[in-house]
Design a binder for this molecule. Structure first.
Ligand SMILES: [Mn+2]
Length: 475
């Protein structure tokens, strides 16, 4: 809530710039168009703001930002004193009065503005910045309070971990990892140490390359005891199902996704922004913090990855953040992250998938890749085959130890691969990507490779086609 005290000609101009963006309360002794203002959704309190009761009636303690804009020095001083007393946590902007340079001395006013130098539009911009400043003040005090709580706990020095634990969502992506890094850097600037933890897997070679090349230290949630920490932050998700572990109380959530079922003391969730990394970059910009090469590279890559190179769900802030980071990134590192080396084995599996593919109904490719040692190659092969002309669904399978592993991908919205692999082999996944594994069972005793290939290929293919509802003769 923004509270504007003093609704003269200047206050009026300022309100006109900000009224559709934020809930506003106006306080003045006399306002002639109260009804019109109320119609526009503005809250109006008529009264003398030098009177504490009037400020209380306006719920000044709940204000995020307070603007003190009357043109009278004595009145402004008195109001400022009362506002400092009744609303200590708000961000306070007060109007300078010519001839009174010391007007607000000794008071906790965050910004004094000179209306001869700045127009109403500048003040509106100031209000916009103040929202972020105020949020960051909250974030800082939450972290510092948390650290104090940790220090006063009965733990020995040995048992004490960092006060702050930053969690990414399960199977963290570059945006989540970069955002966690940035929040850790910010906390450390304020003297609060932090650890980062994740759950699930770090998939894709690009993500692994990012972590290795940038030297990011991520803890596996299984090695983390939540009780060791006093403040818990979650980045890049606000959905409980996406958390790596169940948490009773989250302190900080920073995210850009629409769906939210979690709450926290500090929440910055902006669905219009393309990446959480852009929000964290804005924090760094606001605090005039220069990111290290590694942090800048991570954030830049996170924004790129989430917006698909600034093509998808991209906002003005994403471009601004990227422009800021541009000056700090390491281009050769970024290039290495984007093009990680493909291992010989993965290359071989890709080749086999292409050579051995059998296409059914013109667009479903099934490929048996034989015995392999690294099952990560299967999803890559399934992704890779999907790039072939005319192919919209892929199933790649091979033998890993005593099991047959299957990985599937589709661009066809009519197929739900998670369901198909679940019905066929008890696997699981999403509509577009799924996996399953089944024991080799009696096939284990088949020692002839060619015979094994035939048996496995036939069995898997027949089952998949049966579930999709394609009869063998149709193929
Ligand atoms: Mn994201």
């Amino acid at each position: 809530m923004i509270t504007v005290i003093g609704f003269g000609s200047f206050g009026r101009k300022v309100v006109n710039f900000i009224k559709n963006k934020e809930p506003i309360t106006i306080i003045d002794k006399d306002i002639d168009d109260t009804d019109d203002l109320i119609k526009e959704g503005v809250r109006v309190v008529v009264g003398d703001a030098t009177n504490e009761e009037v400020l209380k009636k306006a719920e000044i303690d709940k204000a995020d930002i307070v603007l003190i804009l009357t043109n009278n020095s004595e009145v402004n001083r008195k109001i400022a004193e009362n506002v400092c007393k009744l609303s200590p946590n708000s961000y306070k902007i007060a109007r300078a009065i010519p001839g009174y340079p010391e007007l607000y001395s000794g008071l906790d006013i965050d910004k004094v503005i000179n209306i001869l130098e700045s127009g109403a539009k500048d003040i509106a911009k100031e209000v916009e910045d103040a929202k972020l400043k105020r949020k960051l003040m909250q974030l800082k005090s939450l972290l510092i309070e948390g650290k104090k709580k940790c220090l006063s706990s009965e733990k020995t020095e040995e048992e004490k971990k960092a006060p702050l634990l930053i969690l990414t969502h399960i199977n963290p992506d570059p945006d989540a990892i970069a955002s966690a890094m940035a929040l850790k850097t910010l906390a450390e600037k304020w003297g609060v140490d932090a650890d980062i933890a994740y759950g699930g897997n770090i998939g894709y070679d690009e993500n692994k390359a990012m972590i290795n090349l940038l030297g990011i230290n991520l803890l596996n949630i299984e090695d983390v005891n939540l009780n060791d920490y006093c403040v818990i932050a979650v980045v890049d998700t606000s959905v409980s199902k996406q958390l790596p572990v169940e948490i009773d109380e989250i302190d900080i959530i920073i995210d850009h996704h629409n769906s939210t079922d979690l709450t926290a003391k500090y929440m910055d969730i902006r669905p219009d922004v393309g990446a959480t990394a852009s929000i964290l970059t804005q924090y760094l910009m606001e605090l005039e913090m220069e990111p290290s090469r590694n942090l800048a590279t991570a954030l830049f890559y996170g924004i790129q990855a989430d917006t698909d190179y600034f093509k998808r769900e991209v906002s003005k802030l994403d471009f601004e953040a990227a422009a800021y980071l541009q000056g700090y990134i390491d281009a050769s590192l970024l290039n290495m992250i984007e093009n990680p080396e493909i291992s010989t084995e993965v290359m071989e599996v890709l080749a086999k998938a292409i050579m051995n593919r059998k296409v059914v109904k013109g667009n479903i490719a099934l490929a048996y890749v034989g015995e392999i040692s690294n099952r990560d190659a299967l999803p890559k092969a399934a992704d890779f085959l999907l790039k072939m002309e005319g192919i919209s669904t892929t199933f790649v399978f091979g033998i890993v130890g005593d099991e047959i592993h299957i990985s599937a991908r589709t661009k066809d919205l009519r197929l739900n691969l998670g369901e198909i692999l679940s019905k066929a082999f008890g696997g699981g996944g999403h509509q577009t990507a799924a996996a399953a594994k089944i024991p080799l069972g009696i096939f284990k005793s088949v020692s002839d490779k060619e015979a094994l290939r035939k048996l496995v290929e036939e069995a898997i293919r027949a089952k998949i086609l049966e579930i999709i509802g394609i009869k063998e003769e149709e193929k």
